[in-house]
Design a protein around this ligand. Structure first.
Ligand code: GP9
Ligand code: MN
Length: 625
Protein backbone atom coordinates (compact mmCIF):
# COMPACT_ATOMS: atom_id res chain seq x y z
CA UNK A 1 0.00 0.00 0.00
CA UNK A 2 2.71 2.40 1.05
CA UNK A 3 4.51 1.59 -2.12
CA UNK A 4 1.54 2.33 -4.32
CA UNK A 5 1.01 5.71 -2.65
CA UNK A 6 4.63 6.57 -3.16
CA UNK A 7 4.29 5.47 -6.74
CA UNK A 8 1.30 7.73 -7.21
CA UNK A 9 2.95 10.72 -5.54
CA UNK A 10 5.99 10.55 -7.75
CA UNK A 11 4.09 9.84 -10.94
CA UNK A 12 3.54 12.11 -13.88
CA UNK A 13 -0.13 11.74 -13.09
CA UNK A 14 0.28 13.39 -9.73
CA UNK A 15 2.63 16.12 -10.95
CA UNK A 16 0.35 17.17 -13.79
CA UNK A 17 -2.79 16.77 -11.70
CA UNK A 18 -1.45 19.35 -9.28
CA UNK A 19 -0.06 21.65 -11.96
CA UNK A 20 -3.07 21.59 -14.25
CA UNK A 21 -5.43 22.09 -11.30
CA UNK A 22 -3.36 25.07 -10.21
CA UNK A 23 -3.63 26.47 -13.72
CA UNK A 24 -7.40 26.22 -13.59
CA UNK A 25 -7.46 28.02 -10.27
CA UNK A 26 -5.17 30.78 -11.59
CA UNK A 27 -7.22 31.07 -14.76
CA UNK A 28 -10.50 31.25 -12.91
CA UNK A 29 -9.07 33.93 -10.68
CA UNK A 30 -7.58 36.06 -13.46
CA UNK A 31 -10.39 35.57 -15.95
CA UNK A 32 -13.47 35.41 -13.78
CA UNK A 33 -12.34 36.93 -10.49
CA UNK A 34 -13.27 33.65 -8.90
CA UNK A 35 -11.74 33.33 -5.48
CA UNK A 36 -13.49 30.16 -4.50
CA UNK A 37 -11.14 27.29 -5.13
CA UNK A 38 -13.95 24.84 -4.55
CA UNK A 39 -16.14 26.02 -7.38
CA UNK A 40 -13.17 25.59 -9.67
CA UNK A 41 -12.50 22.12 -8.42
CA UNK A 42 -16.08 21.02 -8.57
CA UNK A 43 -16.89 22.35 -12.03
CA UNK A 44 -13.67 22.19 -13.94
CA UNK A 45 -11.74 19.44 -12.20
CA UNK A 46 -14.10 16.82 -13.57
CA UNK A 47 -12.64 17.59 -16.99
CA UNK A 48 -9.09 17.50 -15.66
CA UNK A 49 -9.79 14.03 -14.26
CA UNK A 50 -11.26 12.87 -17.54
CA UNK A 51 -8.29 14.12 -19.61
CA UNK A 52 -5.72 12.72 -17.25
CA UNK A 53 -7.31 9.36 -16.63
CA UNK A 54 -7.63 8.95 -20.38
CA UNK A 55 -3.93 9.62 -20.85
CA UNK A 56 -3.08 7.09 -18.15
CA UNK A 57 -5.34 4.45 -19.65
CA UNK A 58 -4.51 5.03 -23.30
CA UNK A 59 -0.82 5.88 -23.26
CA UNK A 60 1.11 3.10 -21.70
CA UNK A 61 4.16 4.47 -23.46
CA UNK A 62 4.98 8.07 -24.21
CA UNK A 63 2.99 9.25 -21.22
CA UNK A 64 5.32 12.16 -20.53
CA UNK A 65 4.92 13.42 -24.07
CA UNK A 66 1.14 13.10 -23.87
CA UNK A 67 1.05 15.11 -20.65
CA UNK A 68 3.37 17.72 -22.06
CA UNK A 69 1.11 18.15 -25.06
CA UNK A 70 -2.01 18.40 -22.87
CA UNK A 71 -0.36 20.81 -20.46
CA UNK A 72 1.05 22.98 -23.22
CA UNK A 73 -2.24 22.98 -25.07
CA UNK A 74 -4.20 24.03 -21.97
CA UNK A 75 -1.62 26.66 -21.03
CA UNK A 76 -1.68 28.29 -24.45
CA UNK A 77 -5.46 28.08 -24.54
CA UNK A 78 -5.67 29.78 -21.15
CA UNK A 79 -3.22 32.51 -22.13
CA UNK A 80 -5.25 33.04 -25.28
CA UNK A 81 -8.45 33.32 -23.21
CA UNK A 82 -6.86 35.90 -20.91
CA UNK A 83 -5.68 38.04 -23.82
CA UNK A 84 -9.05 37.71 -25.51
CA UNK A 85 -10.78 38.89 -22.36
CA UNK A 86 -8.47 41.88 -22.08
CA UNK A 87 -9.34 42.92 -25.60
CA UNK A 88 -13.03 42.09 -25.87
CA UNK A 89 -14.01 42.29 -22.20
CA UNK A 90 -15.71 38.90 -22.38
CA UNK A 91 -14.55 35.29 -22.35
CA UNK A 92 -14.27 33.43 -25.64
CA UNK A 93 -16.60 30.59 -26.53
CA UNK A 94 -16.06 27.63 -28.78
CA UNK A 95 -17.23 29.67 -31.79
CA UNK A 96 -14.17 31.82 -31.49
CA UNK A 97 -12.03 28.86 -32.51
CA UNK A 98 -13.86 28.85 -35.80
CA UNK A 99 -13.17 32.55 -36.11
CA UNK A 100 -9.42 32.29 -35.66
CA UNK A 101 -8.89 33.43 -39.24
CA UNK A 102 -10.32 36.76 -38.13
CA UNK A 103 -7.77 37.30 -35.40
CA UNK A 104 -5.63 39.20 -37.91
CA UNK A 105 -7.68 42.33 -37.47
CA UNK A 106 -6.65 42.68 -33.86
CA UNK A 107 -3.33 40.91 -34.16
CA UNK A 108 -1.15 43.91 -33.42
CA UNK A 109 -3.34 45.02 -30.56
CA UNK A 110 -3.39 41.52 -29.10
CA UNK A 111 0.34 41.50 -28.62
CA UNK A 112 0.11 44.67 -26.60
CA UNK A 113 -2.14 42.81 -24.20
CA UNK A 114 0.21 40.00 -23.24
CA UNK A 115 1.18 40.30 -19.57
CA UNK A 116 4.40 39.00 -18.12
CA UNK A 117 2.37 37.07 -15.55
CA UNK A 118 0.74 35.06 -18.34
CA UNK A 119 3.97 33.11 -18.62
CA UNK A 120 3.38 31.83 -15.08
CA UNK A 121 1.03 29.42 -16.74
CA UNK A 122 4.03 27.82 -18.42
CA UNK A 123 6.22 27.70 -15.29
CA UNK A 124 5.47 24.08 -14.45
CA UNK A 125 6.92 22.97 -17.76
CA UNK A 126 10.12 24.79 -16.95
CA UNK A 127 10.14 23.22 -13.51
CA UNK A 128 9.82 19.81 -15.08
CA UNK A 129 12.81 20.43 -17.31
CA UNK A 130 14.78 21.50 -14.23
CA UNK A 131 13.72 18.33 -12.43
CA UNK A 132 14.85 16.28 -15.39
CA UNK A 133 18.22 17.99 -15.63
CA UNK A 134 19.08 18.55 -11.99
CA UNK A 135 17.41 15.51 -10.58
CA UNK A 136 18.96 13.12 -13.06
CA UNK A 137 18.83 10.30 -10.54
CA UNK A 138 15.42 11.37 -9.30
CA UNK A 139 13.03 11.51 -12.21
CA UNK A 140 9.36 10.91 -12.23
CA UNK A 141 8.89 7.17 -12.63
CA UNK A 142 7.25 5.96 -15.76
CA UNK A 143 5.75 2.98 -13.96
CA UNK A 144 2.09 2.40 -14.64
CA UNK A 145 -0.59 3.74 -12.38
CA UNK A 146 -3.28 1.26 -11.57
CA UNK A 147 -5.84 0.80 -14.30
CA UNK A 148 -8.48 0.32 -11.68
CA UNK A 149 -7.77 3.65 -9.99
CA UNK A 150 -7.71 5.45 -13.32
CA UNK A 151 -10.99 3.89 -14.39
CA UNK A 152 -12.52 5.11 -11.14
CA UNK A 153 -11.17 8.62 -11.81
CA UNK A 154 -12.50 8.54 -15.33
CA UNK A 155 -15.96 7.43 -14.28
CA UNK A 156 -16.06 9.94 -11.43
CA UNK A 157 -15.05 12.73 -13.81
CA UNK A 158 -17.69 11.73 -16.32
CA UNK A 159 -20.42 11.42 -13.70
CA UNK A 160 -19.69 14.89 -12.28
CA UNK A 161 -19.45 16.44 -15.76
CA UNK A 162 -22.73 14.90 -16.90
CA UNK A 163 -24.45 15.84 -13.66
CA UNK A 164 -23.34 19.47 -13.99
CA UNK A 165 -24.38 19.60 -17.61
CA UNK A 166 -27.82 18.19 -16.80
CA UNK A 167 -28.27 20.76 -14.08
CA UNK A 168 -27.39 23.69 -16.35
CA UNK A 169 -28.49 22.79 -19.83
CA UNK A 170 -31.80 24.62 -19.55
CA UNK A 171 -30.42 27.82 -18.06
CA UNK A 172 -29.98 30.77 -20.44
CA UNK A 173 -26.39 31.97 -20.86
CA UNK A 174 -26.81 35.72 -20.57
CA UNK A 175 -23.15 36.28 -19.95
CA UNK A 176 -20.54 33.66 -20.80
CA UNK A 177 -18.13 34.78 -18.10
CA UNK A 178 -20.73 34.82 -15.35
CA UNK A 179 -22.04 31.45 -16.45
CA UNK A 180 -18.53 30.00 -16.49
CA UNK A 181 -17.84 31.41 -13.07
CA UNK A 182 -20.97 29.82 -11.67
CA UNK A 183 -21.01 26.62 -13.68
CA UNK A 184 -17.54 25.86 -15.01
CA UNK A 185 -15.56 26.86 -18.08
CA UNK A 186 -15.85 23.61 -20.01
CA UNK A 187 -19.39 22.96 -18.85
CA UNK A 188 -20.40 26.37 -20.27
CA UNK A 189 -19.14 25.37 -23.71
CA UNK A 190 -21.14 22.14 -23.67
CA UNK A 191 -24.28 23.91 -22.47
CA UNK A 192 -23.77 26.56 -25.15
CA UNK A 193 -23.38 23.92 -27.82
CA UNK A 194 -26.43 22.02 -26.64
CA UNK A 195 -28.55 25.17 -26.58
CA UNK A 196 -27.40 26.18 -30.03
CA UNK A 197 -28.50 22.85 -31.44
CA UNK A 198 -31.86 22.75 -29.71
CA UNK A 199 -32.67 26.45 -30.10
CA UNK A 200 -32.01 26.50 -33.79
CA UNK A 201 -34.29 23.52 -34.21
CA UNK A 202 -37.01 25.39 -32.40
CA UNK A 203 -36.37 28.50 -34.44
CA UNK A 204 -36.75 26.51 -37.62
CA UNK A 205 -40.41 26.11 -36.87
CA UNK A 206 -40.80 29.85 -36.54
CA UNK A 207 -42.40 31.97 -39.09
CA UNK A 208 -43.55 35.51 -38.50
CA UNK A 209 -47.12 34.24 -38.54
CA UNK A 210 -46.71 31.20 -36.33
CA UNK A 211 -45.83 33.30 -33.35
CA UNK A 212 -47.84 36.18 -34.65
CA UNK A 213 -44.87 38.48 -34.52
CA UNK A 214 -45.81 41.63 -36.31
CA UNK A 215 -44.21 45.01 -36.77
CA UNK A 216 -46.93 46.24 -34.46
CA UNK A 217 -45.89 43.94 -31.64
CA UNK A 218 -42.25 44.84 -32.06
CA UNK A 219 -43.08 48.53 -31.79
CA UNK A 220 -45.37 48.00 -28.82
CA UNK A 221 -42.59 46.31 -26.87
CA UNK A 222 -40.63 49.53 -27.26
CA UNK A 223 -43.49 51.54 -25.85
CA UNK A 224 -44.77 53.02 -29.12
CA UNK A 225 -47.92 52.62 -31.08
CA UNK A 226 -47.12 51.46 -34.56
CA UNK A 227 -47.98 53.37 -37.68
CA UNK A 228 -46.98 52.39 -41.19
CA UNK A 229 -44.05 54.35 -42.54
CA UNK A 230 -46.09 55.82 -45.33
CA UNK A 231 -47.87 57.87 -42.64
CA UNK A 232 -44.64 59.21 -41.13
CA UNK A 233 -43.38 62.71 -41.73
CA UNK A 234 -40.87 63.01 -44.53
CA UNK A 235 -41.85 59.68 -46.05
CA UNK A 236 -40.39 59.65 -49.55
CA UNK A 237 -38.94 63.12 -49.26
CA UNK A 238 -35.77 61.80 -50.89
CA UNK A 239 -37.44 59.35 -53.24
CA UNK A 240 -35.28 58.18 -56.12
CA UNK A 241 -32.13 59.78 -54.78
CA UNK A 242 -28.91 57.79 -54.66
CA UNK A 243 -28.00 56.50 -51.25
CA UNK A 244 -24.40 56.75 -50.06
CA UNK A 245 -23.79 55.32 -46.60
CA UNK A 246 -20.32 55.69 -45.12
CA UNK A 247 -19.36 53.41 -42.24
CA UNK A 248 -16.31 54.80 -40.50
CA UNK A 249 -14.00 52.40 -38.71
CA UNK A 250 -13.94 52.85 -34.91
CA UNK A 251 -15.60 56.27 -35.03
CA UNK A 252 -17.10 57.23 -31.68
CA UNK A 253 -19.43 60.11 -31.02
CA UNK A 254 -17.38 61.89 -28.38
CA UNK A 255 -14.96 63.39 -30.89
CA UNK A 256 -17.66 65.01 -33.02
CA UNK A 257 -17.73 68.77 -32.66
CA UNK A 258 -14.73 68.74 -30.30
CA UNK A 259 -11.39 70.45 -30.52
CA UNK A 260 -8.03 69.97 -28.95
CA UNK A 261 -5.71 72.95 -28.53
CA UNK A 262 -7.93 74.89 -30.90
CA UNK A 263 -7.86 72.21 -33.62
CA UNK A 264 -11.10 70.49 -34.57
CA UNK A 265 -10.78 66.72 -34.54
CA UNK A 266 -13.35 66.15 -37.26
CA UNK A 267 -13.64 69.53 -39.06
CA UNK A 268 -15.28 68.12 -42.18
CA UNK A 269 -17.96 66.23 -40.31
CA UNK A 270 -18.51 69.25 -38.07
CA UNK A 271 -19.08 71.48 -41.04
CA UNK A 272 -21.53 69.00 -42.51
CA UNK A 273 -23.57 69.11 -39.30
CA UNK A 274 -24.85 72.52 -40.39
CA UNK A 275 -26.86 70.97 -43.16
CA UNK A 276 -27.58 67.47 -42.01
CA UNK A 277 -29.43 65.65 -39.24
CA UNK A 278 -27.21 64.61 -36.39
CA UNK A 279 -28.59 61.78 -34.26
CA UNK A 280 -26.69 62.34 -31.07
CA UNK A 281 -27.92 59.40 -29.00
CA UNK A 282 -27.24 56.41 -31.21
CA UNK A 283 -25.41 53.37 -29.86
CA UNK A 284 -23.49 50.47 -31.32
CA UNK A 285 -25.13 47.05 -31.15
CA UNK A 286 -22.57 44.79 -32.74
CA UNK A 287 -21.56 41.40 -31.37
CA UNK A 288 -18.41 39.38 -31.94
CA UNK A 289 -18.58 40.08 -35.69
CA UNK A 290 -17.48 43.69 -35.10
CA UNK A 291 -17.24 45.62 -38.38
CA UNK A 292 -19.18 42.98 -40.25
CA UNK A 293 -21.96 42.95 -37.65
CA UNK A 294 -22.29 46.69 -38.19
CA UNK A 295 -22.65 46.05 -41.91
CA UNK A 296 -25.29 43.43 -41.14
CA UNK A 297 -27.21 45.74 -38.80
CA UNK A 298 -27.17 48.59 -41.30
CA UNK A 299 -28.47 46.45 -44.12
CA UNK A 300 -31.04 44.29 -42.33
CA UNK A 301 -32.24 46.00 -39.16
CA UNK A 302 -32.00 42.58 -37.50
CA UNK A 303 -30.02 41.76 -34.37
CA UNK A 304 -26.62 40.20 -34.95
CA UNK A 305 -26.18 36.89 -33.16
CA UNK A 306 -23.86 38.12 -30.44
CA UNK A 307 -21.47 35.34 -29.58
CA UNK A 308 -21.10 34.21 -33.18
CA UNK A 309 -20.08 36.47 -36.03
CA UNK A 310 -23.35 36.68 -37.91
CA UNK A 311 -21.48 36.59 -41.19
CA UNK A 312 -20.37 33.02 -40.45
CA UNK A 313 -24.01 31.94 -40.43
CA UNK A 314 -25.39 33.58 -43.54
CA UNK A 315 -23.90 31.37 -46.27
CA UNK A 316 -26.55 30.60 -48.89
CA UNK A 317 -29.21 32.75 -47.23
CA UNK A 318 -31.31 35.35 -48.99
CA UNK A 319 -31.92 37.97 -46.36
CA UNK A 320 -34.58 40.63 -46.66
CA UNK A 321 -32.24 43.60 -46.82
CA UNK A 322 -31.74 47.19 -47.80
CA UNK A 323 -30.14 46.23 -51.14
CA UNK A 324 -33.03 43.87 -51.92
CA UNK A 325 -35.64 46.49 -51.07
CA UNK A 326 -33.83 49.08 -53.15
CA UNK A 327 -33.43 46.58 -55.96
CA UNK A 328 -37.22 46.56 -56.23
CA UNK A 329 -36.93 50.28 -56.92
CA UNK A 330 -34.31 49.66 -59.61
CA UNK A 331 -31.28 50.74 -57.60
CA UNK A 332 -27.84 49.32 -58.36
CA UNK A 333 -26.41 48.20 -55.00
CA UNK A 334 -22.72 47.98 -54.23
CA UNK A 335 -20.49 47.73 -51.19
CA UNK A 336 -16.90 48.90 -50.96
CA UNK A 337 -14.14 47.97 -48.51
CA UNK A 338 -10.40 47.81 -49.10
CA UNK A 339 -9.79 44.59 -47.14
CA UNK A 340 -10.02 41.04 -48.50
CA UNK A 341 -13.60 40.01 -49.13
CA UNK A 342 -13.00 36.66 -47.42
CA UNK A 343 -12.36 38.51 -44.18
CA UNK A 344 -15.36 38.22 -41.88
CA UNK A 345 -16.79 35.89 -44.49
CA UNK A 346 -17.97 38.83 -46.52
CA UNK A 347 -17.85 36.76 -49.68
CA UNK A 348 -20.92 35.00 -48.24
CA UNK A 349 -22.40 38.04 -46.53
CA UNK A 350 -22.65 40.18 -49.64
CA UNK A 351 -24.64 37.72 -51.75
CA UNK A 352 -26.83 37.02 -48.69
CA UNK A 353 -27.54 40.75 -48.47
CA UNK A 354 -28.25 40.90 -52.19
CA UNK A 355 -25.58 43.39 -53.23
CA UNK A 356 -25.14 43.47 -56.98
CA UNK A 357 -21.41 43.99 -56.73
CA UNK A 358 -18.60 44.45 -54.23
CA UNK A 359 -15.25 46.19 -54.42
CA UNK A 360 -12.46 44.67 -52.32
CA UNK A 361 -8.66 44.61 -52.00
CA UNK A 362 -8.34 43.30 -55.54
CA UNK A 363 -9.93 46.49 -56.79
CA UNK A 364 -8.07 48.86 -54.47
CA UNK A 365 -4.63 47.24 -54.73
CA UNK A 366 -1.78 47.76 -52.30
CA UNK A 367 -1.41 51.50 -52.49
CA UNK A 368 -0.40 53.76 -49.61
CA UNK A 369 -0.86 50.99 -47.07
CA UNK A 370 -1.61 51.91 -43.45
CA UNK A 371 -2.27 49.04 -41.03
CA UNK A 372 -3.79 46.24 -43.02
CA UNK A 373 -5.07 48.06 -46.08
CA UNK A 374 -4.70 51.04 -48.35
CA UNK A 375 -5.25 54.44 -46.73
CA UNK A 376 -8.70 55.98 -46.63
CA UNK A 377 -7.41 58.69 -48.98
CA UNK A 378 -6.66 56.15 -51.67
CA UNK A 379 -9.77 54.13 -50.82
CA UNK A 380 -12.16 57.04 -51.37
CA UNK A 381 -10.28 58.11 -54.46
CA UNK A 382 -10.68 54.68 -56.07
CA UNK A 383 -14.25 54.38 -54.79
CA UNK A 384 -15.09 57.69 -56.42
CA UNK A 385 -13.83 56.32 -59.72
CA UNK A 386 -16.08 53.29 -59.34
CA UNK A 387 -19.05 55.44 -58.33
CA UNK A 388 -18.51 57.60 -61.44
CA UNK A 389 -18.88 54.52 -63.60
CA UNK A 390 -21.88 53.26 -61.67
CA UNK A 391 -23.52 56.65 -61.92
CA UNK A 392 -22.91 56.64 -65.64
CA UNK A 393 -24.40 53.22 -66.16
CA UNK A 394 -27.29 53.16 -63.73
CA UNK A 395 -30.20 55.40 -63.01
CA UNK A 396 -29.66 55.37 -59.25
CA UNK A 397 -27.48 53.49 -56.85
CA UNK A 398 -26.85 52.60 -53.23
CA UNK A 399 -23.19 52.51 -52.20
CA UNK A 400 -22.16 51.23 -48.78
CA UNK A 401 -18.69 52.63 -48.29
CA UNK A 402 -16.56 51.23 -45.45
CA UNK A 403 -13.42 53.02 -44.34
CA UNK A 404 -10.50 51.25 -42.66
CA UNK A 405 -7.57 53.46 -41.67
CA UNK A 406 -8.86 54.42 -38.23
CA UNK A 407 -8.53 50.83 -37.02
CA UNK A 408 -6.93 49.87 -33.73
CA UNK A 409 -4.07 50.34 -32.76
CA UNK A 410 -4.39 53.66 -34.63
CA UNK A 411 -0.76 53.90 -35.61
CA UNK A 412 -0.15 55.89 -38.77
CA UNK A 413 2.85 57.33 -40.59
CA UNK A 414 3.81 60.80 -39.36
CA UNK A 415 2.67 62.50 -42.56
CA UNK A 416 -0.91 61.43 -41.79
CA UNK A 417 -0.86 62.78 -38.26
CA UNK A 418 -2.45 66.15 -38.83
CA UNK A 419 -3.08 67.22 -35.23
CA UNK A 420 -0.55 69.02 -33.13
CA UNK A 421 -1.32 67.27 -29.86
CA UNK A 422 -0.38 68.40 -26.36
CA UNK A 423 2.69 66.56 -25.12
CA UNK A 424 0.77 64.32 -22.70
CA UNK A 425 -1.17 62.77 -25.60
CA UNK A 426 1.93 61.83 -27.57
CA UNK A 427 2.44 58.09 -27.87
CA UNK A 428 -0.77 57.23 -26.02
CA UNK A 429 -3.61 55.16 -27.43
CA UNK A 430 -5.92 58.14 -26.99
CA UNK A 431 -3.55 60.46 -28.84
CA UNK A 432 -3.16 57.98 -31.67
CA UNK A 433 -6.91 57.52 -31.80
CA UNK A 434 -7.52 61.26 -32.16
CA UNK A 435 -4.91 61.42 -34.93
CA UNK A 436 -6.42 58.54 -36.86
CA UNK A 437 -9.96 59.84 -36.54
CA UNK A 438 -8.71 63.24 -37.69
CA UNK A 439 -7.16 61.58 -40.71
CA UNK A 440 -10.37 59.61 -41.39
CA UNK A 441 -12.27 62.90 -41.37
CA UNK A 442 -9.78 64.55 -43.69
CA UNK A 443 -10.03 61.73 -46.24
CA UNK A 444 -13.82 61.80 -45.90
CA UNK A 445 -13.79 65.53 -46.56
CA UNK A 446 -12.02 64.94 -49.88
CA UNK A 447 -14.60 62.31 -50.80
CA UNK A 448 -17.45 64.67 -49.97
CA UNK A 449 -15.82 67.39 -52.06
CA UNK A 450 -15.53 64.96 -54.99
CA UNK A 451 -19.22 64.14 -54.68
CA UNK A 452 -20.06 67.83 -54.66
CA UNK A 453 -17.81 68.57 -57.65
CA UNK A 454 -19.64 65.95 -59.66
CA UNK A 455 -23.09 67.14 -58.68
CA UNK A 456 -23.75 63.81 -57.00
CA UNK A 457 -24.09 65.37 -53.56
CA UNK A 458 -27.42 67.04 -54.30
CA UNK A 459 -28.77 63.92 -55.98
CA UNK A 460 -28.13 61.71 -53.00
CA UNK A 461 -28.96 60.96 -49.41
CA UNK A 462 -25.65 60.75 -47.58
CA UNK A 463 -25.41 58.96 -44.27
CA UNK A 464 -22.53 58.25 -41.94
CA UNK A 465 -22.03 56.21 -38.79
CA UNK A 466 -19.28 54.58 -36.73
CA UNK A 467 -19.10 50.79 -36.72
CA UNK A 468 -18.02 50.46 -33.05
CA UNK A 469 -15.81 51.92 -30.39
CA UNK A 470 -12.10 52.29 -30.85
CA UNK A 471 -11.18 53.00 -27.25
CA UNK A 472 -11.98 50.09 -24.98
CA UNK A 473 -10.67 47.17 -23.01
CA UNK A 474 -7.29 46.89 -21.37
CA UNK A 475 -5.57 48.66 -24.26
CA UNK A 476 -6.81 51.77 -22.47
CA UNK A 477 -4.26 52.48 -19.79
CA UNK A 478 -4.82 54.59 -16.68
CA UNK A 479 -3.17 57.49 -18.48
CA UNK A 480 -5.76 57.13 -21.25
CA UNK A 481 -8.59 57.19 -18.74
CA UNK A 482 -7.14 60.41 -17.33
CA UNK A 483 -6.70 61.99 -20.76
CA UNK A 484 -10.23 61.04 -21.74
CA UNK A 485 -11.73 62.33 -18.52
CA UNK A 486 -9.89 65.57 -19.11
CA UNK A 487 -10.99 65.73 -22.73
CA UNK A 488 -14.63 64.92 -21.95
CA UNK A 489 -14.92 66.78 -18.69
CA UNK A 490 -16.38 63.60 -17.21
CA UNK A 491 -15.47 59.97 -16.60
CA UNK A 492 -15.17 57.95 -19.83
CA UNK A 493 -18.11 55.62 -19.28
CA UNK A 494 -19.66 52.75 -21.17
CA UNK A 495 -22.13 55.27 -22.57
CA UNK A 496 -19.27 57.30 -24.03
CA UNK A 497 -17.76 54.13 -25.33
CA UNK A 498 -20.82 52.77 -27.13
CA UNK A 499 -22.20 56.09 -28.40
CA UNK A 500 -21.55 56.39 -32.13
CA UNK A 501 -22.46 59.24 -34.45
CA UNK A 502 -25.24 58.77 -36.98
CA UNK A 503 -25.58 61.62 -39.46
CA UNK A 504 -27.95 61.87 -42.39
CA UNK A 505 -27.86 64.57 -45.04
CA UNK A 506 -30.57 65.25 -47.55
CA UNK A 507 -29.04 68.21 -49.38
CA UNK A 508 -31.53 70.91 -50.19
CA UNK A 509 -34.07 69.84 -47.54
CA UNK A 510 -33.58 72.52 -44.93
CA UNK A 511 -36.17 71.05 -42.64
CA UNK A 512 -34.03 67.98 -42.33
CA UNK A 513 -31.21 69.56 -40.40
CA UNK A 514 -30.34 69.90 -36.74
CA UNK A 515 -29.94 67.43 -33.94
CA UNK A 516 -32.26 64.57 -33.04
CA UNK A 517 -31.83 63.13 -29.58
CA UNK A 518 -34.19 60.17 -29.68
CA UNK A 519 -32.33 57.13 -28.38
CA UNK A 520 -31.37 54.94 -31.29
CA UNK A 521 -29.16 52.07 -32.30
CA UNK A 522 -27.53 50.73 -35.41
CA UNK A 523 -30.69 48.69 -35.89
CA UNK A 524 -32.63 51.92 -36.51
CA UNK A 525 -30.48 53.21 -39.34
CA UNK A 526 -32.06 51.22 -42.17
CA UNK A 527 -35.69 52.12 -41.34
CA UNK A 528 -34.76 55.78 -40.83
CA UNK A 529 -33.20 55.91 -44.29
CA UNK A 530 -35.96 53.86 -45.93
CA UNK A 531 -38.52 56.35 -44.67
CA UNK A 532 -36.71 59.19 -46.41
CA UNK A 533 -36.42 57.17 -49.61
CA UNK A 534 -40.10 56.30 -49.39
CA UNK A 535 -39.66 52.53 -49.21
CA UNK A 536 -41.87 50.66 -46.77
CA UNK A 537 -40.35 47.25 -45.93
CA UNK A 538 -42.60 44.27 -46.49
CA UNK A 539 -40.63 42.00 -44.18
CA UNK A 540 -40.02 42.26 -40.44
CA UNK A 541 -37.34 44.57 -39.10
CA UNK A 542 -36.42 45.27 -35.50
CA UNK A 543 -35.41 48.92 -35.59
CA UNK A 544 -37.58 51.88 -36.42
CA UNK A 545 -37.65 55.32 -38.04
CA UNK A 546 -35.83 57.56 -35.58
CA UNK A 547 -37.53 60.65 -36.97
CA UNK A 548 -40.89 59.24 -36.01
CA UNK A 549 -40.69 57.21 -32.81
CA UNK A 550 -39.57 58.70 -29.53
CA UNK A 551 -39.43 55.65 -27.30
CA UNK A 552 -36.91 52.95 -27.83
CA UNK A 553 -35.74 49.69 -26.35
CA UNK A 554 -32.41 48.50 -27.71
CA UNK A 555 -30.52 45.34 -27.03
CA UNK A 556 -26.82 44.84 -26.98
CA UNK A 557 -25.06 41.56 -26.30
CA UNK A 558 -21.61 40.03 -26.36
CA UNK A 559 -19.85 43.23 -25.22
CA UNK A 560 -22.32 43.45 -22.36
CA UNK A 561 -24.35 40.56 -20.97
CA UNK A 562 -27.51 39.62 -22.82
CA UNK A 563 -30.56 41.34 -21.28
CA UNK A 564 -28.66 44.62 -21.01
CA UNK A 565 -30.67 47.34 -22.70
CA UNK A 566 -30.86 51.00 -23.60
CA UNK A 567 -34.13 52.85 -23.50
CA UNK A 568 -34.97 56.52 -23.48
CA UNK A 569 -32.98 57.51 -20.46
CA UNK A 570 -31.27 54.46 -19.08
CA UNK A 571 -28.48 52.11 -20.00
CA UNK A 572 -28.86 48.94 -17.98
CA UNK A 573 -25.81 46.69 -18.00
CA UNK A 574 -26.72 43.29 -16.64
CA UNK A 575 -24.60 41.50 -14.08
CA UNK A 576 -21.41 39.82 -15.31
CA UNK A 577 -18.62 37.87 -13.64
CA UNK A 578 -16.98 41.04 -12.29
CA UNK A 579 -19.78 43.45 -11.54
CA UNK A 580 -23.33 43.51 -10.30
CA UNK A 581 -25.83 45.12 -12.64
CA UNK A 582 -24.84 48.70 -13.45
CA UNK A 583 -27.34 51.39 -14.40
CA UNK A 584 -26.32 54.58 -16.17
CA UNK A 585 -28.39 57.70 -16.60
CA UNK A 586 -28.02 58.75 -20.23
CA UNK A 587 -28.50 62.42 -19.56
CA UNK A 588 -26.02 62.80 -16.76
CA UNK A 589 -23.70 59.88 -17.59
CA UNK A 590 -23.84 59.10 -13.86
CA UNK A 591 -24.42 55.75 -12.24
CA UNK A 592 -27.90 55.26 -10.83
CA UNK A 593 -27.80 53.33 -7.58
CA UNK A 594 -29.82 50.18 -7.85
CA UNK A 595 -32.07 50.90 -4.93
CA UNK A 596 -34.02 47.72 -5.58
CA UNK A 597 -31.02 45.58 -4.65
CA UNK A 598 -33.13 42.62 -5.58
CA UNK A 599 -31.79 41.81 -9.05
CA UNK A 600 -35.12 40.34 -10.00
CA UNK A 601 -36.84 43.61 -9.53
CA UNK A 602 -34.91 46.44 -11.15
CA UNK A 603 -36.14 47.01 -14.72
CA UNK A 604 -37.50 43.49 -14.81
CA UNK A 605 -40.06 44.30 -17.47
CA UNK A 606 -37.56 45.97 -19.78
CA UNK A 607 -35.16 43.08 -19.36
CA UNK A 608 -37.87 40.60 -20.26
CA UNK A 609 -38.96 42.69 -23.20
CA UNK A 610 -35.47 42.97 -24.62
CA UNK A 611 -35.00 39.20 -24.32
CA UNK A 612 -38.26 38.81 -26.19
CA UNK A 613 -37.13 41.12 -28.98
CA UNK A 614 -33.81 39.32 -29.29
CA UNK A 615 -35.52 35.96 -29.34
CA UNK A 616 -37.92 37.09 -32.05
CA UNK A 617 -35.08 38.49 -34.09
CA UNK A 618 -32.98 35.31 -33.75
CA UNK A 619 -35.92 33.10 -34.56
CA UNK A 620 -36.87 35.24 -37.53
CA UNK A 621 -33.29 35.08 -38.77
CA UNK A 622 -33.29 31.27 -38.42
CA UNK A 623 -36.60 31.02 -40.24
CA UNK A 624 -34.98 32.68 -43.25
CA UNK A 625 -32.62 29.75 -43.79
C1 GP9 B 1 -11.72 44.06 -41.54
C2 GP9 B 1 -11.96 45.44 -41.08
C3 GP9 B 1 -11.80 45.63 -39.61
O1 GP9 B 1 -12.00 43.86 -42.88
O2 GP9 B 1 -13.22 45.83 -41.52
O3 GP9 B 1 -12.57 44.77 -38.89
P1 GP9 B 1 -12.74 44.86 -37.29
O4 GP9 B 1 -11.48 44.35 -36.69
O5 GP9 B 1 -13.00 46.27 -36.90
O6 GP9 B 1 -13.91 43.99 -37.02
MN1 MN C 1 -14.34 47.79 -37.26
Amino acid sequence: MKDSIKRLLTSYFFYFLIMISLKFIILRYLLLQDTSIWAGIWYDASFILIFMALIELVFKRGKAAAYLVLDLFLSLLFIGMLIYERYFGTVPTYYDLSQLNQVGSVNESMWLLVNGTDFLLLADLLLLVVIWIVGRTWTYPTKQTSNFAMSVFLIAGLVIAIFNFQMNKGEPILDSALFAKENGLFNTQFVQYYQDQTNSEKAFAFSGEDQNVTQQKIEELKGNSYTPMSEHDYFGVAEDRNLIVVQIESLQDFVIGESIDGQEITPNINEWLNDSMYFTDVYQQIGSGNTSDAEFLMNTSLYPLGKKATTDQVGGMELPSLPRMLDEKSYHNVTMHADEVEYWNRDELYPALGFDDYYDDKFYGEKDTVGFGPSDGWFYHRSMGAIDEIDEEYDKFYAHVLSLTSHTPFEMPADKEGLDLPAEYEGTLTGNYLQSVHYADQALGEFFQDLKDRGLWEESVIALYGDHSGLHGKLLKDEDQDLLADFLGERYSLLNRFNIPFIVGVPGEEELTGTVDHTGGQIDMMPTLLNLLGVEPESLYFGHNLLHYENNLLGMRYYVPTSSFLNNGTFYIAQNSRFDARILNMQTNERIEDTYKDPNHAFKEEREDILQLLQWSDAYFESLR
